[in-house]
Write a protein that binds this ligand. Structure first.
Ligand code: ADP
Ligand code: ASP
Ligand code: MG
Length: 439
């Protein structure tokens, strides 16, 4: 069985939903993961924001506008009045729920997460109804009944595997298309939660791993993973093949086409992931698998909003235990470190989660002089970076000869070289790398 995920743009209008239906109806049984219609999750975030700010009037206005948009989609999507009514009745429960929060005095993270879940609940209900109207044997596979994260907000793979099988078994045997929600899940306390923004890709990979799919397909609005960020650099090209590790580095270091952690479940089960374009379904896209293209630099990505922290200590010289103490500060505040460089007199690390930066810096000051730099960007070059590929590093560093580089990291994996640069140098750095490495 294949698992196919369609992102927000791919289900962003009635006609796009019809296109998706055409793409998935080839008679083969499959699980289809859908995002919310594009823009919806942002709108739900806006609604929650107004409610946090105790402004139910503005929240209601945004809810009304969103509802009108959905009513128009219903009118266009279905041909039968009975189906239109059924869709309107279904969505009314979602909008009634949203409105109920404007009447409460309190608003917490729990209510916010329930609000954020409505987008995927609506898009899946709509596409499922459309397929049924078209006479397709389609059924909803409710993500809230099988997708779960644990106390550390990590997916609970055993739970997911067990419960998705149970939920699939409950549905009619002749079901051809199982439609499920991306992004949403329950947490360890059985509350509605989510896999973070962009998390529908993660759902697809987790579902694929749970059912041991033959292939996971991520359908989006571009013809595969490009060799540089198409939002910043012109003339980027799709990469035909990527190794799991290369794709994971790209996703983690900012290639928005994939959720940062979504490659891991597929990699663990050895399930190939194909990135495909809904607007151009014949395009080859990108195949992510265990296959490494040797001696090749594949692509470049950039991760924004990075903070660099330098801890300098005369006492680090010949000392042991210094790095442990430094890393413990980050561990105590559950703050992951992205890049590290060390010398005899100090260590520089980067983080992207600055929620606890004040506390971390205060603790670090016990061990040395601490400097913090905000607005930095990690530039990550991905490919076969085996040290025997002599000259690769020289070529990459050479491309950046005009750019001030704050940190360089190489040798942590065989698949990347990373640089820390200032935000204002990001575009020039990405362009220079594309020019030297791919043109
Ligand atoms: P979806 O809504 O389908 O999940 P996303 O907007 O999350 O789609 O991801 C697709 C977008 O990722 C593309 O439109 C593109 O602008 C952006 N993107 C950033 N880096 C890359 C890259 N290296 N290759 C392809 N797309 C990229
Ligand atoms: N709808 C969610 C978001 O916009 C999840 C996703 O699209 O992947 O972040
Ligand atoms: Mg996405």
């Amino acid at each position: 069985m294949k698992v196919l995920k369609f992102g927000g743009t791919s289900v962003g209008s009635a006609s796009r939903m019809k296109d998706v239906a055409k793409l998935i109806c080839d008679g083969q049984q499959k699980i289809v993961v859908l995002s919310a219609m594009s823009g919806t999750t942002n709108t739900l975030v806006e609604i929650a924001d107004y409610l946090y700010k105790k402004n139910p009037v503005s929240a209601s206005e945004v809810i009304n506008t969103l509802e009108h948009k959905y009513q128009a989609v219903i009118d266009e999507l279905y041909s039968k009045d009975a189906t239109k009514k059924q869709a309107a009745d279904t969505l009314k429960t979602n909008f009634d729920l949203l409105r109920s929060f404007t009447k409460n005095d309190f608003f917490t993270l729990f209510e916010e997460k329930t609000i954020l879940a409505q987008g995927e609940l609506m898009s899946t209900a709509m596409v499922n109804l459309y397929l049924l109207e078209q006479g397709v044997k389609s059924a909803l596979l409710p993500a809230l009944d099988y997708m779960r994260i644990d106390k550390n907000n990590e997916p609970d793979a055993a739970f997911i595997r067990e419960h998705i099988k149970k939920e699939l078994a409950k549905l009619p045997k002749d079901t051809v298309i199982y439609i499920t929600q991306g992004y949403i899940c329950r947490n360890a306390y059985n509350e509605i939660d989510n896999l973070q923004r962009g998390g529908s890709d993660y759902t697809a990979s987790l579902v694929g791993a749970a059912v041991k799919a033959d292939e996971i397909q991520i359908w989006t609005d571009i013809d595969g993973m490009h060799n540089n960020d198409p939002r910043v650099v012109e003339n980027t090209k799709p990469v035909a093949n990527l190794h799991f590790e290369e794709a994971a580095e790209m996703a983690y270091f900012g290639a928005k086409i994939l959720h940062p952690t979504c490659i891991l479940p597929a990699k663990l089960e050895g399930i190939p992931v194909r990135l495909l374009d809904t607007m151009n379904p014949k395009a080859a896209g990108t195949l992510i698998s265990n296959q490494l293209t040797k001696h090749k630099i594949e692509a470049v990505a950039a991760k924004d909003n990075i903070t660099a922290i330098k801890i300098k200590s005369g006492r680090m010289l010949l000392a042991y235990g210094f790095l442990r103490k430094v890393f413990e500060c980050f561990e105590n505040y559950k703050t992951p470190i992205d890049m590290i460089t060390t010398s005899e007199v100090g260590v520089s690390v980067t983080i992207d989660n600055t929620k606890n930066i004040e506390e971390i810096v205060n603790e670090l000051k016990k061990f040395g002089t601490v400097t913090v730099e905000n607005d930095m960007v990690i530039i990550c070059v991905v490919g076969d970076m085996d040290s025997m590929n002599v000259g690769f590093q020289a070529k990459i560093v050479g491309a950046l000869k005009e750019i001030p580089i704050r940190m360089i990291s190489y040798g942590g994996s065989n698949y990347n070289v990373s640089f820390l640069v200032r935000k204002e140098d990001k575009k020039a750095a990405l362009q220079a790398l594309s020019q030297t490495l791919f043109n």
